[in-house]
Design a protein around this ligand. Structure first.
Ligand code: 6PG
Length: 259
């Protein structure tokens, strides 16, 4: 089983009153991190999560005044469906954010799902990263920011429990599997190279998985979010409902919960 590398810094956990407060704070923090990356390195590489939680966050970020020509957007996972399909993460992101801002098309790197197989797509996306970052194996591209969600089962990106994708330690991009649906996903290796990783988790349905992800000794194959231990900073942004799953021993910053 892949064991996460030693965490350089302990994760920080932030709890917000409800999903609305989480969304507002997450947007503010992502905007600040993008500005920091641009100030430090002249550009920001950002990998996005799919799912329902991030959509209002993307809508909020679209309102920001940012140097869009210095921001480079990728997806941490994608369903193996056409870009026009209702399940496409890229479709959701364009509708919520990217079609509303002046980001150059050359700065956006959707996962190419119009190929003959999910493996071909994974190979092509890995090559896209190699070209974008000027990185070759055995090195690993370093994203400035990676946004992640967590499923009720503890998956993240498209790293689902007890799937082969969890054991991929060489590649940056691999084929994930959700039931019968193939996915394209960042590997834990790639995610863990990032400067900033942010989990966005809301709702009571996440409590059981969160309790295991933060437990002292649960199994990473069963709760793949446990594999995420980046070299850089790891933040968990939770709403109060999700946070009730945290073990009481987990330190957290509680942000203005309503009484
Ligand atoms: C996807 C996501 C996936 C998502 C979780 C949580 O493509 O669906 O990348 O990992 O983040 O399933 O989804 P919610 O935010 O909808 O709870």
């Amino acid at each position: 089983m892949t064991v996460a590398p030693p965490q350089k810094t302990a994760p920080t956990v932030h709890v917000f009153a409800d999903k609305t407060a989480l969304v507002a704070a997450a947007a503010d923090q992502v905007i600040e991190l993008m500005r920091d990356a641009i100030a430090s390195r002249g550009r920001c590489s950002l990998a996005l999560s799919g799912g329902s939680t991030p959509k209002p966050i993307y809508q909020a970020i679209a309102q920001a005044d940012l140097p869009w020509d210095k921001i480079y957007v990728y997806w941490g996972d994608e369903r193996y469906v056409p870009a026009t399909h209702a399940d496409s993460n890229a479709k959701m992101t364009y509708e919520a954010w990217l079609s509303h801002v002046a980001i150059p098309a050359d700065n956006i790197f959707p996962v190419p799902t119009d190929t003959d197989s999910p493996q071909t797509t994974a190979d092509q996306y890995q090559q896209t990263l190699a070209s974008s970052f000027g990185t070759t194996l055995p090195d690993t591209p370093q994203f400035d920011i990676i946004l992640l969600g967590m499923g009720d089962d503890g998956h993240t990106a498209s790293l689902f429990p007890h799937t082969a994708a969890l054991n991929e330690t060489e590649r940056w991009i691999t084929v994930g599997q959700k039931d019968e649906q193939p996915r394209i996903t960042f590997t834990a290796r790639l995610i863990n190279q990032a400067r900033q990783v942010m989990f966005l988790v809301a709702g009571a349905s996440k409590q059981a998985a969160l309790s295991q992800v933060f437990a002292a000794d649960a199994d990473s194959a069963t709760y793949p979010s446990r594999l995420i231990a980046p070299k850089g900073e790891l933040r968990w942004l939770l709403d109060a409902d999700a946070s009730h799953g945290l073990p009481t021993t987990v330190e957290r910053t509680v942000h203005q919960l309503t009484p």
